[in-house]
Design a protein around this ligand. Structure first.
Ligand code: RTP
Ligand code: MG
Length: 140
């Protein structure tokens, strides 16, 4: 299996509860390496642009409110089959449906405040990494 990259966000519900380290530990224990990381407060424009694929969804406006409600930690993760590996350790979008031992089962508060984001394909991972990071910020 090839070593690839994915994009992760530790969401405002997790940074508010001081869970940046705890979440990162679970990512690392899943075989992912943090090759870029920064704590930012997303602007409304950034949130709307990042989630533009969800623009027509009923939860879009609330989601943009939530993602700008506090700091987030954006990260690039590297590992074997990174996109799938990350989504496995994240767990289902709705924490009520997430498997035991996943980040969302362990820490998420609700389907919206679900602690982490992870890219859903290699193609989207590249787009999302480029949205937040310049090449010199990524050290593999
Ligand atoms: P993500 O993109 O954050 O990694 O999560 P995902 O693929 O599991 O979920 P997605 O369907 O892409 O939805 C993006 C984020 O929108 C919020 N959401 N709220 N209120 C709702 O019904 C609802 N559904 C989704 C969640 O924060 C979800 O992670
Ligand atoms: Mg998604």
């Amino acid at each position: 299996m090839a070593v690839t990259r994915t994009f992760s966000i530790i969401k405002p519900d997790a940074t508010r509860r001081n869970l940046t380290g705890a979440v990162t530990k679970m990512l690392e224990e899943a075989g992912l390496r943090v090759v870029a990381s920064k704590r930012i407060h997303m602007t409304r424009d950034q949130a709307e642009g990042f989630y533009a694929v969800h623009k027509e969804r009923p939860f879009y406006n609330d989601l943009c409110d939530f993602m700008t409600s506090g700091p987030v930690v954006v990260q690039v993760l590297e590992g074997e089959d990174a996109v799938a590996r990350n989504r496995q350790v994240m767990g289902a979008t709705n924490p009520a449906q997430a498997d035991e031992g996943t980040i969302r089962k362990t820490y998420a508060e609700s389907i919206e405040a679900n602690s982490v984001h992870g890219s859903d394909s290699d193609e989207n991972a590249k787009i999302e990494i480029d949205f937040f990071f310049s090449p010199d910020e990524i050290v593999g």
